[in-house]
Design a binder for this molecule. Structure first.
Ligand code: CA2
Length: 146
């Protein structure tokens, strides 16, 4: 099974700023945690992060051509603005789980809308880095049991 873990703008800053919201661990720590989990399940995982909306669209399209089985996406602030990401995810038809490290529901009003949620098979909010592991497990059990 092949999974793409896609992170949007500023998530490369994890552990460097705003530890009260996003924790003290870095983006590299996050990738390590996910890779170890995927290795234990025999999942082939790829990581991409970009601060640019068009790059994220390109990575989603690339996933289609590379026959990726599932996408875990934290679109960062593009969650709340990007119809382009929604359209890209609709176009590729790859099961996608949306993850937010923080509990967006208890934050500012502008974080209450998510375009990606309209296509995501599941949305996980406020579980910190564990949310990514839950997302992987969701895609994995969907694949194994269906
Ligand atoms: O909670 C999440 O994971 C978010 O997707 C993170 C986005 C935010 O715009 C969403 O509303 C919720 C922001 C990511 C910024 O990450 C930083 C990490 C460390 C320091 C500064 C920013």
């Amino acid at each position: 099974m092949k999974i793409l873990v896609l992170n949007g703008p500023n998530l490369n800053m994890l552990g460097i700023r705003e530890p009260d919201i996003y924790g003290k661990s870095t983006y590299a720590d996050l990738c390590r945690l996910i890779r170890e989990h995927c290795d234990s399940k025999g999942i082939c995982v790829t990581f991409k992060q970009s601060n640019h909306e068009g790059d994220l669209v390109d990575y989603i399209q690339q996933a289609y051509f590379e026959k990726v089985d599932g996408i875990v996406i934290n679109p960062g602030a593009y969650t709340h603005t990007s119809v382009a990401l929604l359209d890209a995810l609709k176009a590729v038809c790859i099961p996608t789980v949306e993850v937010h490290i923080s509990d967006v529901d208890s934050r500012e009003n502008f974080r209450q809308i998510s375009y990606v949620s309209k296509i995501a098979v599941k949305t996980i909010k406020g579980h910190g880095f564990d949310g990514y592991i839950e997302a992987i497990d969701h895609l994995y059990s969907d694949r194994v049991y269906n």
